[in-house]
Design a protein around this ligand. Sequence first.
Ligand SMILES: NC(=O)c1ccc[n+]([C@@H]2O[C@H](COP(=O)([O-])OP(=O)(O)OC[C@H]3O[C@@H](n4cnc5c(N)ncnc54)[C@H](OP(=O)(O)O)[C@@H]3O)[C@@H](O)[C@H]2O)c1
Length: 258
Amino acid sequence: MTEIRNRTLWVTGASSGIGRALVLRLAEHNNFVIASGRRREALEELQQLAPTHIRILDCDVADDSGMASTFERLKDLTDHLDTVIACAGTCEYDDDLQLDTTMYRRVFDANFFGVVNTLHCALPLLAVSASPVFAALGSLSSLVPFPRAEAYGSSKAALDYFLASVRGDVCHTNLKVVLIRPGFVDTPLTAQNDFDMPFLISAEQAAEYIEVGLARRKSIIDFPLRLSLPLRFLGFFRFLWFRFCTPKISRIRTLRKS
Ligand SMILES: NC(=O)c1ccc[n+]([C@@H]2O[C@H](COP(=O)([O-])OP(=O)(O)OC[C@H]3O[C@@H](n4cnc5c(N)ncnc54)[C@H](OP(=O)(O)O)[C@@H]3O)[C@@H](O)[C@H]2O)c1
């Protein structure tokens, strides 16, 4: 099976990039999709493309108190959720090892606490489904420690652990928990990258990998294979990563003195 059909889904991070491409693909396959993001105009534009299949729910997943009203609005749109795909996320690099905790918190708020809030909000509606699925977007970057990615990579590594822990916790229930780890995808998030991105794929290709992986009931969806395989290998033999790869990637030559 390679398609998801006739399900009710909630996709966060749907106003651009991977989330947007996923919503369109799922709508094409006759699903009812609730699309979230903070930018309402971008969501309205998206809804216009498949008005009968898409509903919008603008929200900030990092806003703990705001998510209570999001839950009420979500209940107005549906009485159940079959699948939730938490795509909302951000990326900021720590250039020169500034260790600015405000930036680290911003990244963790969206990438980690945003997913916790999304699951908190969705759980009562997932509980009504006969085969509920909760999936969230991690990153292949959590397989190996990338220089400059102290904040982003840590938030995704924390997410890996969180989802694995939830999977263990719900093992006596019918909730399926899925970790999705893309490589480099051409989206507004990576448009800021000033380095070569090996095996870059389009948001549409990423959406296809995700839909196929979910339809096949995978617990971990890593893609593309040509990037995930070498990163898995280097994650296992970390001394090779530090010996041969980080010296080529790191830009720091001296430690700052103030
Ligand atoms: N692109 C890649 O190469 C890549 C690789 C690995 C993993 N990922 C992960 O894939 C996910 C999607 O990334 P993308 O590449 O598609 O990036 P993107 O085009 O920048 O999309 C990010 C989405 O997240 C939403 N968002 C961000 N902060 C939010 C918040 N606090 N509350 C609600 N929505 C929020 C944004 O919408 P608003 O601005 O409207 O809120 C936007 O829709 C992210 O989790 C990212 O870390 C991406």
